[in-house]
Design a protein around this ligand. Sequence first.
Ligand SMILES: NC(=O)c1ccc[n+]([C@@H]2O[C@H](COP(=O)([O-])OP(=O)(O)OC[C@H]3O[C@@H](n4cnc5c(N)ncnc54)[C@H](O)[C@@H]3O)[C@@H](O)[C@H]2O)c1
Ligand SMILES: [Zn+2]
Length: 366
Amino acid sequence: MTSVPVTLGDRSYAIAIEGGLIATAGERLRALAAPKRVVVVTDETVAGLHLPALLGGLAGFDPQSIVLPAGEATKSFTRLERLCDALLHSDVTRSDIVLAFGGGVIGDLTGFAAAIVKRGVPFLQVPTTLLAMVDSSVGGKTAINTRAGKNLVGAFYQPIAVWADLDLLQSLPLRQMQAGYAEIVKYGLISDPAFFDWCEANAPALLAHDRQALAHAVAESCRAKAAIVAADERETRDLRALLNLGHTFGHALEAETGFSDRLLHGEAVGIGMAQAFRFSARLGLCSGQDAMRVTRHLQQQGLPAWPGDAGVEPSAATRLVAHMQHDKKKTSAGLPFVLARGIGEAFVAKDIALADVEAFLASDAP
Ligand SMILES: NC(=O)c1ccc[n+]([C@@H]2O[C@H](COP(=O)([O-])OP(=O)(O)OC[C@H]3O[C@@H](n4cnc5c(N)ncnc54)[C@H](O)[C@@H]3O)[C@@H](O)[C@H]2O)c1
Ligand SMILES: [Zn+2]
């Protein structure tokens, strides 16, 4: 089994990566925290597929479960209020554990509820999507969406552990696997050219659920994210901001496509990363070859790499820039962009003129 530490003083925890984890959930929990009770929060899809196995593993803790609708709309004030009420109704205390069992939607919402119910009850992340295993379950960012935008109300609240049970991915549709893969390849593009080489060689096996490839990619991703989070937990330095590679361009595309199933978050990040490299090449920061290598790699894995792949034409450039200006990362100093000097050499640029971004977007087509 692989265990990746997240080192954050008294908030440190470990990410366990293996198949079959949920079958032994009870033993693991006893070794970890010996809670009195466990309240599982999940969505309807995951409940239908995997909840009985988890509850079986937790026998002995008299687990309760709260099942919410699947989908991004669940990250709302309304659902948060109902979830807090349900947790209070089940009289959850600091001696109990709230277990988030699902993708990033369930993890973000449940983590936030756990942070605020009784000013904080322990919570455990058991991610069930590839994206949640390599990104959202690690690092302690929790949030809901509001009318003003995505993830604008939330808290930094670390879980007591993350259990990435690779067997759960067997039921995940290919499109969701591809979307999660975009966040994996991101770590190579940010700072690890050797891992990008590995991705080029192993992505097809990973997407076909090869166990070794999955275990390696999840572990490498968690290690990369844990290192950044340990050094910059609350994104007060530029370090954690590097994780936003592809996200400023990507969020604009998500906004343009109405945050809908037309374009999944990971797909938007895929296009956004390719754009960050193409924009960097246009500015003379990195080679056109590197930009094309990134673009081609994403396409070969079945991911979109151009805005046009998501039905967003170059004529949308002005609107895309307007979406970016609503991005929460905007500060008085302007909008930071994560750009690159090459594969594995990402950096935060703060002096980018939006007119240059717009001119780039207006011509960004194959
Ligand atoms: N907190 C963070 O640091 C962070 C980082 C990245 C993304 N996020 C957030 O994560 C969310 C996206 O997460 P996601 O992509 O996991 O989406 P998701 O939670 O909506 O899951 C995607 C779909 O897959 C289904 N599903 C989940 N597990 C499954 C399984 N094992 N088999 C079959 N179907 C399964 C879900 O029911 C859902 O329909 C967004 O809200 C995003 O803002 C947060
Ligand atoms: Zn992301």
